[in-house]
Design a protein around this ligand. Structure first.
Ligand code: ZN
Length: 286
C-alpha cells in the first residue's frame, strides 16, 4: 500500500489517542521508526524537514518514504514538515508525499492565509493533505510562565478567533497551534496552555498537531492529547537516541570500520525510543 493522507491517518485516532509523527533523516532512523510502528501495530507518520531535504535530497527521501509505506504492515503517512518554500511543497507532492505542512507562521496573518490557501488548492487537487501553523512554536529560548503567558513575550501563542478565521479561509486538514511547546531540548519545563489546545480544537473542529514533542513528560503529553492533539511530533529524542547508540557502538567496536555495526545499534535505539512515544500517544502505560 502507498502512503495514506494525513486526514486518513488522523481519522484513525479515536479521542484520547494521537498518531506519532517522527522525523527521519536517513535509512537507518527510518527503519528504526518503521520497526517500532510494526511492533506496536500503530499507524505512523514519517516526515522530513527542509534541512533534511537539503542534506539527503528530496528524491531519495521520497523514495525511501514510499518504500517504507509499501512494505509496512501498518498505515503510513509520508509528510513534509515545516516547508516554508512553496516550490518544495509542489515538488514533494509530485514525488509522492501524501501530506505537506506549509509553514507561514513567520509571516503576517494575511500572508500566512494566502500562502496556506494556495498550498491547499494545489494539494487538495491531487488528494494530498495540508497542515499549517498559527502563532509561532518556539525553537531557541527556554520557557518561563511569565514569558509564554504574556502577550508580548518571545512566544507568540495562537489566538482562538484568528484560528477559526484561518481554518475557514484556508480549508486546511490539520492545525499546529503555538501553545507553549518548543523545538529542540527544553532547558526548563514548558508551560503548555492546555486551555488553548481545548479551545482551538473545539472552535475549529480540526485535529491539532503538537510540535516540540521531545523531552515532554508523559503526563503533559497525555493531557495535550486528551484536550485535542491528534498528531504528536518527535524529532530530537530520536536523534539523541541514534547518536548516543552510534557513539557507544563505535567506542566499543575495537576499531571496526563496518558502519553497519554501529548503524544496527542506532536503528535499534531509534526503534526503542519511537516505541515509547507511540505508547504515550496510545495512552498505554508500558
Ligand atoms: Zn515543528
Amino acid at each position: 500500500m502507498g502512503p495514506v493522507t494525513l486526514s486518513e491517518i488522523l481519522s484513525m485516532a479515536r479521542p484520547g489517542v494521537a498518531i506519532a509523527a517522527f522525523n527521519f533523516t536517513n535509512l537507518e532512523d527510518l527503519r528504526g521508526i518503521m520497526a517500532a510502528a510494526e511492533l506496536e501495530q500503530a499507524p505512523v507518520i514519517i516526515q522530513t524537514t527542509e534541512t533534511t531535504v537539503k542534506h539527503s535530497g528530496l528524491e531519495y527521501l521520497a523514495a525511501m518514504g514510499r518504500a517504507a509505506a509499501r512494505v509496512a504492515g501498518v498505515p503510513v503517512c509520508l509528510h513534509l514538515d515545516h516547508a516554508t518554500d512553496f516550490n518544495l511543497v509542489v515538488r514533494a507532492i509530485r514525488l509522492g508525499y501524501s501530506s505537506v505542512m506549509i509553514d507561514g507562521s513567520r509571516l503576517p496573518f494575511e500572508e500566512n492565509v494566502a500562502v496556506t490557501a494556495e498550498a491547499v488548492r494545489v494539494a487538495h487537487a491531487v488528494g494530498v493533505s495540508v497542515e499549517a501553523e498559527l502563532g509561532q512554536v518556539g525553537g531557541k529560548e527556554d520557557c518561563a510562565c511569565s514569558t509564554c503567558c504574556s502577550t508580548d513575550g518571545e512566544l507568540h501563542l495562537v489566538d482562538v478567533d484568528e484560528a477559526v478565521e484561518f481554518v475557514r479561509r484556508t480549508n486546511i486538514d490539520a492545525l499546529a497551534p503555538a501553545v507553549g511547546t518548543m523545538h529542540g531540548i527544553y532547558k526548563a519545563p514548558p508551560c503548555i496552555r492546555f486551555d488553548l489546545i481545548e479551545e482551538v480544537h473545539r472552535a475549529t473542529g480540526l485535529p491539532l498537531v503538537l510540535h516540540g514533542g521531545s523531552g515532554l513528560p508523559r503526563a503533559i503529553v497525555r493531557e495535550a492529547i486528551v484536550r485535542g492533539v491528534r498528531k504528536f511530533n518527535v524529532a530530537t529524542d530520536l536523534q539523541a537516541a541514534y547518536v548516543a547508540a552510534w557513539r557507544k557502538a563505535l567506542a566499543s567496536s575495537g576499531g571496526s570500520i563496518d558502519s553497519r555495526r554501529a548503524g544496527a545499534h542506532a536503528m535499534e535505539a531509534v526503534c526503542e525510543a519511537a516505541r515509547e512515544k507511540i505508547r504515550m500517544c496510545m495512552g498505554e502505560e508500558r
